[in-house]
Write a protein that binds this ligand. Structure first.
Ligand code: GLA
Length: 686
C-alpha cells in the first residue's frame, strides 16, 4: 500500500507508517488543517473525520492548523510570521496543489496577493513511525529590485495532539557537566516555550518534547514526541488550550526576536521537525527514535564504534610527545582501538587563554610535527584522533591578530569573551573556506581517523558590520558548520567525527546527521552519568553515546567509586577511557583489560540492539542475544521485551531461565559485595 494517499473531493491526505496514521485536509479557506495523528486509519476513515475548525467556529486559540499563521481570527502561536514591504502582515493561503513522490508529500501553498510561496514537506518511511516535516519558503519575485519579505518567525512544522492527551510534557533541562536531566511535568494551560538563544542547541534544554495524557509509563501508553534536527538557536512552543482546542507544538530554528529578509527569487529550507506517535510508552518511543536515527540520520550506523582513549582528563593542556606516547602504550595494552589527543597540541595552546585558530602542531611540544606520535599510535595498532574547535579563536592568536573582523561582533559593543574566546563567523564564506582548508590539510597530512569537533561557547554580539541582513547569521553560522563538516567527510571518507560542545551542548539530530557519536558530558562521575545517559537515551541511541571511564576520586565531583562500576555504567554506550593511566595500578590495569574485552563481546548488542531502560539497569537485545547491565542493589531484575515462551541461557554460568519468569519475577542478580555493586549479564536464546 502506498504510504501517501489523497482523496480529491475532500482534499484529505493520509500518511501511513507501519503502526500509525497521520491525516490532514485543505480547509475551506485553503489553510491545511490537522485531522488525525495516532492509531492506523484507512483513507476512507480519515475522510469521514471532522475538521477541527478552530478559526471560524470556536474561540479556541489553537487552530489545529498544520502551520499556524498570523491572519484572520487566529490568536494562537504563529509558526509563520512575515511582514511585507508595504507594512502588511498576515498570510492568506491559496492551495496550489501537491506532489506525491513515493513516501513524500509536498503541499504547495501561495499567498493570495503577496509574492510568498510555501511548500510543506512530509516524509514517512517503511521501517519507522517517525513523520518528518519541514517547509520551503520562497519569494516569488524574479526581479532583484523587488522588495524583500521580512521573516519574523518560520517554524518547520506545527504538530497537533488530541486535546485530551495533551496533559503532560517530557523534556530535558541541564547545564555544563549536568546535561540531559529528564523532567516530566504537567503541561500548564498556557504557552510553554522551550528555547535556546545561544546559537547552539544547548546544555539547558535539548530540542525535543514528548506529550502524553499523564498515564504513559516506560512500557505502555500513548506518547507523541517531536524532535528538531537543528544545532543552532531554536524555539519549540507547546500550547495547552483550556477551551478544548488541540494541544499544539510548533517548532523551528532561531529564537524570538530575530528577523531576516527573504529576497526575490530566494528559497529558505527549514530544518526537519520530526514527530512520532507510539502506543508503547516512553521506552517504545525511545526505541522508535533510536531506530530512526540509525536508519535515517547517522552517516555510518552499521560500524561498531571503537573503544576510545581520550587524553583530556589525564593531561589537560599539558600535552607532550612523551606523555602522549606513554598514555598510548598503556591504552593499547588495555585493548583501546582509537587514541585521541585532546586540547593542547597546537599553536601556543598551553592553557585556555591562547592559540585557538592557530591549527598547527605546537613546535616546542611536537618539534617534528605530529608524525612521530601518529606513527607510534599506529605501531600500537590503534587509530589516531585529534581534538579541534574550528569555530573559535582566542584574541591571543595569530589568526585573530590577522583577521579581527572574522569574529562575530557589533559596532560600539563589547566583544564578550567566554573561556577567553570569540566566535568566528561561519556565515562568512572566507571563514568557512579557511576552516575547510586547514582541516583538509591536517586530516590529509596525518591521515587522521577521527576528530572531536568541539564548540565551547555561545554566540554573543552576533553581528556582522556592513551586512544589512546580519541576523541571518544565527542560522547561517550553523549551516556553515554543517557545510564544512559535510565537505570534509566527502573529501576524507574514512574520517569519523565526534560532536562535542563543552560536553553535551550540541547533541542533536542536526549534528548526528554528520557525526558518528556525541561527547555527551564533561562529567565522568558514574553516579551522575546514570541520569545524564538516561536523559540522552530518550531520543539518541547508545551507539552515538560516548561514555567515559576516568579516575577515582572523580576530578569533577571528588567521588570515589569502584572501577568495575565506572566501566559498567560507561559500557551502556560507546566505551571510552580517559583516566590518567600512568597512575593506575597493575591490578587496575588488569581489571580494565578484562572489562574492555567484555565490552567488545557485548558491543554489537549494546550498540546495535534495542534498548530497554529498567530500574537501575539497561537491557539491550539484538536477535538471540540479551545484555543486561545493572548497577542497583536489587537482587532480581524484571526484564522487558522478551517473547514469554523463550528460554534464555546465561552465557557465563549456563543457567537456564524461562523468559516468562524473567519478565514477571526477574533475573536473579549475583551482585558483588561492597560499594556500588554492579554487573553485566549476557543471555542467549536457546
Ligand atoms: C571542552 C570539552 C572537553 C575538552 C575541553 C578541551 O570543555 O567538552 O571535553 O575537550 O573542551 O579544552
Amino acid at each position: 500500500m502506498s504510504q501517501v494517499s489523497y482523496d480529491a473531493p475532500s482534499r484529505t491526505y493520509l500518511l501511513t507508517t507501519p503502526a500509525t496514521s497521520y491525516a490532514l485536509r485543505i480547509g475551506a479557506d485553503d489553510a491545511p488543517q490537522h485531522v488525525h495523528w495516532g492509531a492506523p486509519l484507512t483513507l476512507a476513515q480519515a475522510v469521514a473525520l471532522p475538521t477541527h475548525d478552530g478559526v471560524t467556529s470556536s474561540f479556541a486559540s489553537t487552530s489545529g492548523e498544520e502551520l499556524a499563521v498570523e491572519g484572520g481570527a487566529r490568536f494562537g502561536v504563529p509558526s509563520l510570521l512575515v511582514r511585507y514591504a508595504d507594512g502588511a502582515r498576515c498570510v492568506e493561503w491559496v492551495h496550489e496543489g501537491h506532489e506525491i513522490e513515493g513516501n513524500r508529500l509536498h503541499l504547495r501553498l501561495r499567498d493570495r496577493h503577496y509574492p510568498l510561496a510555501c511548500t510543506l514537506h512530509y516524509a514517512v518511511h517503511k521501517d519507522s513511525d517517525v513523520v518528518e516535516r519541514s517547509l520551503t519558503l520562497r519569494h516569488l519575485g524574479t526581479d532583484e529590485a523587488e522588495a524583500p519579505i521580512e521573516v519574523l518567525r518560520c517554524d518547520a512544522a506545527c504538530w497537533s495532539v488530541p486535546a485530551a492527551a495533551g496533559v503532560r510534557l517530557s523534556h530535558t533541562v541541564g547545564e555544563w557537566a549536568g546535561e540531559t536531566q529528564l523532567r516530566r511535568t504537567e503541561a500548564p494551560y498556557a504557552e510553554t516555550v522551550f528555547t535556546s538563544r545561544r546559537g547552539l542547541s544547548g546544555h539547558y534544554g535539548n530540542p525535543w518534547v514528548m506529550v502524553d495524557a499523564g498515564d504513559a509509563t516506560e512500557d505502555r501508553g500513548d506518547v507523541w514526541s517531536m524532535v528538531l534536527a537543528w544545532s543552532g538557536s531554536w524555539r519549540i512552543t507547546a500550547h495547552r488550550d483550556h477551551t478544548g482546542g488541540p494541544f499544539t507544538v510548533t517548532g523551528g530554528s532561531g529564537h524570538d526576536g530575530l528577523t531576516w529578509r527573504l529576497r526575490p527569487g530566494e528559497s529558505h529550507e527549514t530544518p526537519v521537525f520530526a514527530g512520532q506517535f507510539s502506543r508503547s510508552g516512553f521506552g517504545g518511543t525511545s526505541r522508535g527514535w533510536h531506530r530512526y536515527v540509525a536508519e535515517h540520520v547517522l552517516p555510518r550506523p552499521d560500524e561498531l564504534r571503537p573503544v576510545v582513549y581520550n587524553s583530556w582528563e589525564a593531561t589537560g593542556w599539558d600535552v607532550t610527545l612523551e606523555g602522549q606516547r606513554a598514555l598510548a602504550e598503556r591504552a593499547a595494552a588495555l585493548g583501546v582501538e582509537l587514541f585521541v589527543v585532546d586540547d593542547g597540541w597546537f599553536g601556543r595552546r598551553t592553557s585556555d587563554r591562547a592559540g585557538l585558530g592557530d591549527w598547527h602542531p605546537n613546535p616546542e611540544r611536537f618539534p617534528h610535527g605530529l608524525g612521530p606520535l601518529v606513527q607510534e599510535v599506529r605501531r600500537l595498532a590503534m587509530r589516531f584522533g585529534l581534538w579541534v574547535e574550528p569555530e573559535m579563536t582566542n584574541p591571543d592568536s595569530d589568526l585573530y591578530r590577522e583577521h579581527p573582523d572574522w569574529v562575530l561582533h557589533m559596532p560600539h559593543r563589547r566583544r564578550t569573551e567566554l573561556r577567553h574566546q570569540l566566535v568566528l563567523n561561519f556565515a562568512r564564506t572566507d571563514v568557512t573556506e579557511w576552516a575547510f582548508t586547514w582541516l583538509d590539510q591536517l586530516v590529509g597530512t596525518y591521515t587522521i581517523d577521527f576528530l572531536k569537533w568541539d564548540m565551547n561557547r555561545a554566540l554573543t554580539e552576533a553581528g556582522w558590520p556592513g551586512n544589512p541582513d546580519a541576523e541571518r547569521l544565527w542560522s547561517d553560522h550553523t549551516r556553515g558548520v554543517y557545510a564544512v563538516i559535510d565537505r570534509l567527510r566527502r573529501a576524507h571518507p574514512g574520517l569519523r567525527i565526534e560532536g562535542c560542545s563543552g560536553g553535551g551542548g550540541r547533541a542533536d539530530l542536526g549534528m548526528l546527521a554528520r557525526t558518528d557519536q556525541t561527547w555527551i558530558s564533561d562529567n565522568t562521575d558514574a553516579d551522575d552519568r546514570i541520569a545524564i545517559q538516561h536523559g540522552y537515551s530518550q531520543i539518541y541511541p547508545a551507539r552515538t553515546m560516548s561514555a567515559w571511564v576516568t579516575d577515582s576520586p572523580n576530578p569533577h565531583t571528588g567521588r570515589t567509586t569502584p572501577l568495575a562500576y565506572r566501566f559498567h555504567v560507561a559500557m551502556a554506550g560507546a566505551l571510552g577511557i580517559g583516566g590518567d593511566l600512568s597512575r593506575w595500578t597493575e591490578a587496575e590495569l588488569a581489571e580494565a583489560r578484562d572489562l574492555v574485552a567484555l565490552y567488545k563481546q557485548i558491543r554489537p548488542v549494546v550498540q546495535h540492539g534495542e534498548q530497554y531502560r529498567l530500574a537501575d539497569a539497561v537491557q539491550h537485545r539484538a536477535g538471540e542475544k540479551v545484555v543486561v547491565i545493572a548497577w542497583g542493589r536489587s537482587r532480581s531484575l524484571r526484564l522487558a521485551g522478551l517473547s514469554p515462551s523463550a528460554v534464555y541461557v546465561d552465557d557465563a554460568t549456563g543457567t537456564e531461565h524461562d523468559a516468562a519468569t524473567l519478565l514477571t519475577h526477574g533475573l536473579p542478580l549475583h551482585l558483588p559485595k561492597g560499594d556500588r555493586p554492579s554487573t553485566v549479564v549476557r543471555l542467549t536464546r536457546r
